[in-house]
Design a protein around this ligand. Structure first.
Ligand code: G3P
Length: 217
């Protein structure tokens, strides 16, 4: 499973990138707001060191305007994936931009049918939001599993990009049901290294080592 990092915080991306944890990046208007940066400038900076797909989202609501915005975003770098919302106009935009050879990430997906039509419109990535379904007492992971089965049934090559990932357990479940990619905030990715038994074991080793009176260096 590929790891994308869901942030426009360049320092956080660089830290994870140095460890080989960044197969790509996803951003959205809320994350651009949080960064306090200009969308074109920050996206260009991210693309200067991230080799994999970097999603940048359009903000227009009509297909003609979305297509124009998508073309402008795609000019930033060859690894831009234009992110469009799962609306009828977003699907029209997906069809046109994917026909031009651009990567397209169709976002705000909350149903298997939405994922099915995004694949038919030529989406490179479909972004089902797990956490936001969990928030309304539905099972976001069931949606990932349903999309996996549908795409496999018909050989769609649209990649399932599990989004709105909020916990380490979400990451495990995404890997078990076969998401192609998961995108998570830096804190969730860093939390994957944590285990209380690791902390407890290390504490004991340090206590015993101190008693030996030895040094390695
Ligand atoms: O990738 C989409 C993600 O940013 C949404 O996450 O936690 O706001 O639902 P969240």
């Amino acid at each position: 499973m590929k790891f994308f990092v869901d942030t426009a915080d360049v320092d956080a991306i660089r830290e994870l990138h140095a460890l080989g944890m960044v197969d790509g990046v996803t951003t959205n208007p809320s994350l651009i707001l949080k960064s306090g940066r200009d969308i074109l400038e920050v996206t260009k900076e991210i693309c200067s060191f991230v080799e994999g797909p970097v999603s940048a989202e359009v903000v227009a609501l009509t297909a003609d305007e979305m297509i124009a915005e998508g073309r402008k975003l795609a000019e930033i770098a060859p690894n831009i994936a234009v992110k469009v919302p799962l609306t009828w106009d977003g699907l029209k935009t997906c069809k046109v931009l994917s026909g031009e050879g651009k990567m397209v990430n169709v976002t705000l997906c909350f149903s298997a049918n939405q994922a099915l039509i995004a694949a038919k419109a030529g989406a490179t990535f479909i972004s089902p939001f797990i956490g936001r379904l969990d928030d309304i007492n539905m099972d976001g992971m069931d949606l990932i599993a349903d999309i996996r089965q549908i795409y496999d049934n018909y050989g769609f090559d649209t990649q399932i990009l599990a989004a709105s990932v909020r916990s380490a357990n979400h990451v495990t479940q995404c890997a078990l049901v076969g998401a192609d990619v998961m995108t998570a905030p830096p804190a969730v990715i860093k939390a994957l290294a944590s285990h209380p038994l690791t902390d407890k074991g290390l504490e004991q080793f340090m206590k015993d080592w101190a008693k030996t009176g030895q040094k390695i260096l």
